[in-house]
Design a protein around this ligand. Structure first.
Ligand code: GLU
Length: 476
């Protein structure tokens, strides 16, 4: 819970924006123009369910249209409100600018507890919400392209895309109206894992820079690092799984809605995930200590803390007790502006949300491009690439025969080298490249400017500067 004397989520984002803007040379009018949300649409609609009419409230906020379409997820949660949706839309603007996806920022939400409804009821509600948004071009391939967020996923995106297609029967680009769709409905390989994968690539890039690692009072690489993750939803699960299975990190703590698991020797992420699917929570999971007070584990001894659940979980009530020297914000806005200041003073390094969780929108961008080009990535070049590799391999085989025992090809070289990249590999490579380049643009500001203490301020400076340039080019 956020302390009551703390600013709201949107005010918190504004405070962080202002901190960065005060270090930039923006005309005051333009600064204000960038900060404010352009428009927020509120809709109340009724759906007949179980014999009664149920009224739902939904929002779609558009923060900045310096580039169109605008982009951002739609969340289904009871706590959704205008302030939150506007804060999240603003973060989308900065996120897209930082990772160079050519979109403005938007966000949507529906006040609903999805667990209270049957699948066919949810479909009715989602389609109706999509209808209301599409009617006003708030779902549209060239204007506003939603995506999954908390409480939504491939299934909801497929319903929305189909609803838009029904309303726009001659739009050849209809599939590009939302991203995060299932593969068989125009989705792209690797979108589901994308945000978690992005966290892994972000941390790998961070650990490629020893000076940065040292700023967090850490050393070495990701292998052996103790990690606490809050939230084993889509983002937290994939991040923790990849970091433990592929980078040798140790997941020592997992925080969920019904308490936390802790085991200094490491917890098997996949088996906890299966446990949650079966039992609904982490209680009684056998291979770790369970504590009912989950939030207390945010304060546990570890090297890296990954808040991957809600906003505002690190706030003035607990910031001074957080021990992790490195925090990577997988959720949007998990650290309040007040907590950010406390942690900065303590020397904690925070890899900010607008960069850390940008993997989702990056792969959404690839999906949107795929939909507009009407062809799967790699379809034209894969076999041609393989044929060219075949030429080299056959030359190497000739050499192999000629040199006899003196030299031979490594056993798996041929099969590895011959294989042309499929869509998933191309998506991962594009994501990796994006995460590396965006980190480097942030760290350049962090290291080169004496007045910039932290990565968040650096991220805002890079992002806001790009948005400002875009507005200037439009004559503003
Ligand atoms: N909801 C995700 C986010 O907050 C993804 C947005 C998108 O793919 O457009 O970044």
């Amino acid at each position: 819970m956020t302390a009551t004397n703390e600013p709201s989520f949107r005010e918190s984002v504004d405070l962080m924006f202002n901190r960065a803007a005060s270090l930039m040379d923006l005309p005051p009018g333009l600064e204000e123009k960038i900060r404010v949300c352009n428009a927020t649409y509120t809709v109340r609609f009724g759906v007949r369910l179980r014999g009664d009419i149920h009224t739902f409230t939904g929002y779609r906020s558009v923060h900045s249209e310096h580039m169109e379409p605008v982009k951002g997820g739609i969340r289904f949660a009871l706590a959704v409100n205008q302030d939150e949706v506007e804060a999240l839309a603003a973060l989308m603007t900065y996120k897209c600018a930082l990772v160079e996806t050519p979109f403005g920022g938007s966000k949507g939400g529906l006040c609903i507890d999805p667990r209270q409804y049957e699948e066919h009821e949810l479909e009715q509600i989602t389609r109706r919400f999509a209808y209301e948004l599409a009617k006003r071009d708030l779902i549209n391939p060239s204007q506003n392209v939603p995506a999954p967020d908390m409480g939504t996923g491939e299934r909801e995106m497929a319903w929305m895309a189909d609803q838009y297609a029904r309303m726009n029967t001659t739009d050849i680009n209809a599939r590009a109206c939302v991203t995060g769709k299932p593969l068989n409905a125009g989705g792209i390989a690797g979108r589901v894992e994308a945000t978690g994968r992005g966290i892994q690539y972000a941390l790998r890039e961070f650990f490629r820079h020893p000076e940065d690692v040292q700023k967090a009072n850490l050393s070495g690489k990701l292998v052996g690092k103790r990690i606490v993750v809050q939230g084993l939803g889509n983002v937290g699960y994939h991040a923790a799984k990849f970091l433990s299975e592929e980078d040798g990190s140790r997941i020592v703590g997992i925080i969920e809605w019904d308490g936390a698991l802790y085991n200094p020797d490491g917890i098997d992420v996949e088996s906890v995930r299966q446990w949650i699917v079966k039992h609904g929570g982490v209680s009684d999971y056998p291979d770790a200590t369970h504590s009912a007070d989950g939030a207390a584990v945010l304060e546990a001894e570890c090297d890296i803390l990954i808040p991957a659940a809600l906003e505002g979980v690190i706030n003035l009530t607990n910031a001074d007790r957080i021990k992790a020297p490195l925090i990577i914000e997988a959720a949007n806005g998990p650290v309040t502006a007040g907590a950010d200041e406390v942690l900065r003073k303590k020397g904690t390094v925070i890899i900010p949300d607008m960069y850390a969780n940008a993997g989702g929108v990056t792969v959404s961008y690839f999906e949107w491009v795929k939909n507009l080009s009407h062809i799967r990535f790699g379809r034209m070049q894969r076999r041609q690439e393989e044929a060219r590799h075949e030429l080299i391999v056959s030359e190497l085989e000739r050499l192999d025969r000629y040199l006899g025992d003196a030299w031979s090809m490594s056993p798996d070289f041929k099969s590895k080298y011959l294989k042309g990249a499929d869509e998933l590999e191309l998506v991962r490579s594009g994501l990796d490249d994006t995460m590396r380049i965006a980190y480097q643009s942030m760290r350049e500001v962090w290291h080169n400017r004496d007045d910039v203490e932290d990565l968040r301020t650096a991220a805002y400076i890079v992002a806001v500067d790009r948005v400002a340039k875009s507005y200037r080019a439009k004559g503003l």
